[in-house]
Every structure is written in structure tokens, then in C-alpha cells.
Design a protein around this ligand. Sequence first.
Ligand code: HEM
Length: 361
Amino acid sequence: MRTSKPVFRDSEYGLWNVFRYEDVKRVLSNFKEFSSQFGKAFNPAGGPISESIINLDPPRHTKLRNIVSRAFTPRSVEKMEPAIREICENLLSVHRDGKFDIVKEYTSPLPVTVIATMLGIPVKDMNKFKRWSDNVVGGSESNYAEFPAIMKEMIEYFRKMMVEREKEPRDDLITAIINAEVDGDHLSELESLGFFILLLVAGNETTTNLISNSLLCFDENPGTMNEIRSDKGLIPRAIEEVLRYRSPVQSIYRVAINDTEINGVKVPAGSIMVPWIGSANRDESIFPDADSFDINRKENRHIAFGEGIHYCLGAPLARLEGKIALETLLEKYHMITIDRNSPIVPQDSTIVYGLKELTVK
Ligand code: HEM
């Protein structure tokens, strides 16, 4: 599609798909041309998610993002390192004989435990969070059907948490968000709820997929596995290549504010745009030999975390979780391979890319 139809309107849904690296970057980053406030037009269930920063344009976006951005800087996130390491070690400390599903037992519980700790929500509610977050980012027909009920459950849960924190503030993100003031006002209830829900869902499946996708890439490239085993300092570079090669977020939405033109194709105002990150990260004009997995590539300007003002707030956290998860795994197991006789089950989604099930031995 990058060559034959770089900008393509599909007739079934009327979405404008954009495939080339430079065009994807433009749609993602130029908020004056392409708005993130498509929520209500495109998401009939509405709800708090459409009030969260990911669905807002400046100036409101900038002000709300500033409330939590300090908690997610590389320096703040580094302080989480011991806690993340402990979570990884605990998850791997369970005795397992032979093969096991690493998504269920490791890559999936890790991020949900980390963000629950940051938000200050009880670890005992973990299964609930996981189910909610999987549904919201799911992107399949069955997810859409359950979405309103899941939203209702999440809203009730977080409303209770807000009441608790108002009575008894703590050193956590929920308290920080409800106490925050923007232009002298607190956030509306819907904005606070939107924040909690976004933080809960944005980093779960994505980080799970980053770690599971890494294992798949390394297993397909045994040379890489040996390289990172003998030099763990290579893990961050390997993670960047996984982010490019198997991007956990494949597509995003925007809406065209005015009539415009991309690569010579006229796009009318109001069009729902789908910039394909997964395709941009395989663009041969930017990444030589783009379909090869190569942790030693000279320049890796992937856009797996987006581009511009909505650039992923959790990128430093995701990178750190990925690094520690892989280090801990390599320390615990002298040999880890994918069991090719068990099913490798992909996510059923056009938005996120990863695995529902991956058996290792
Ligand atoms: C935004 C990818 C992990 C929180 C984004 C965007 C992408 C992305 C592509 C841009 C969305 C847009 O332009 O509309 C990823 C990937 C991850 C990951 C690939 C893991 C490998 C996380 C984590 C958190 C997080 C761990 C936090 C716990 C956010 C938030 C935004 C965001 C809050 C919205 C930022 C804004 O609108 O200003 N992410 N993400 N993400 N991500 Fe992540």
C-alpha cells in the first residue's frame, strides 16, 4: 500500500488510511490540521475516555498533560526500578515444570501491577483492571458490544476511589489528579475519570505486547538471543528494534479539520484518518531492509510511541519495564525458547499488535 495506494479511503467504513512514514508523522503531529477530538463523532459510546488527554487538542490537552507528566519523566520512572524488578522476580518465582504461557503468567500481569501501584489501587483488583483494559483497547466487534457495560463498571469503581481519596489523600496518582488545578479550577469529574481510565488502559496491553513480541523476535533470530544474553547492555537497543519491527500500536485515529491534501490525494474536512504506525515503521525509504529484524541498525527513527504533542507519556516506563522484564527472564532461565507445537495466538485487533497466548519452554 505504501507504493500503490499511500493514501487510501476504504469503501466499507469510509476511513482514510495513511501508510508512508512522512505522511503518518504529519497526521500524528500536526494538530492544527488533524484533531484528536474525534471521540464523540467516532465513538458513539462516548464516556470519559473521550474527555482524556489522548482525545483532546491544545490548549486543554497541554494543561491536563502537565498534571501528570512529571510522574512519567525518565528520572521519576527510574525510581520505580526496584519495584518493577521485584514484581518481575515474584512473577517468575512460581515453580513451573516444563512449558507455560508467558503472556498469562508474566508479560500480562507485569504492567497492570505497575500502573495499579502508581495509581494507588489495590493489587487484589488486578483481574478486574486487566479485563477492563483489554476490552477498551481491544478493537474487535466483540469488544465494542461489551464496551458500554465495561465503562459503567470502571466509572463506578473509580468514583468510589475518588471519594476515598477526598477523605484520605495519599501519595499516589489518583490523589494528584483529583487535587490538581487548571486555571484555578479542579478537573471535571469526567476529566478525572478519563485520566484514570487512560492511564490504566494505555500502558497495559501495549507493554505486554512489547515484551511478548520481543520474545517472538528473539526466538526467530537466535543470533540476537545469544548476543543479548552475553551482553545485557544490548537489551535497550533490541527493544527499540522490536518496537519498530512489531509495533505494539499499529494504528491511531485523527479527524481532518479542513479540506487538505496528502501526497496529492484530496481529503475532505471531517474525514476520519488512520495513520498506520506499523506501516510507517516498515517504510523502506527510511529503514533500509525494513522487513529484517536487526538490533544493530544504524539509525532507528521508529515512531512506535507516536509523534508530536501526543507522544506517549508512558514511553520511559514501557522501556524500563521491557528492559527489566527481559533481564529478569534471562537471569532466571539459561535457555528459553518458544514451544512451536503449542498455538501462538495473535491479538484480534487492528489497533494493537501482539499475542494473546505464547507458550515457552
Ligand atoms: C499515547 C504507544 C505504553 C500512556 C501513546 C501513543 C502511542 C502510544 C502510539 C500516541 C497516541 C496518539 O498520538 O494519539 C505506546 C506503546 C507502549 C505504550 C507502544 C508500550 C510499548 C504506555 C504506558 C503508559 C502510556 C506504559 C502509562 C502508563 C500513554 C498516554 C498517552 C499515550 C497517557 C496519551 C498522551 C497524550 O495524548 O498526550 N502511547 N504506549 N503508554 N500513552 Fe502510550
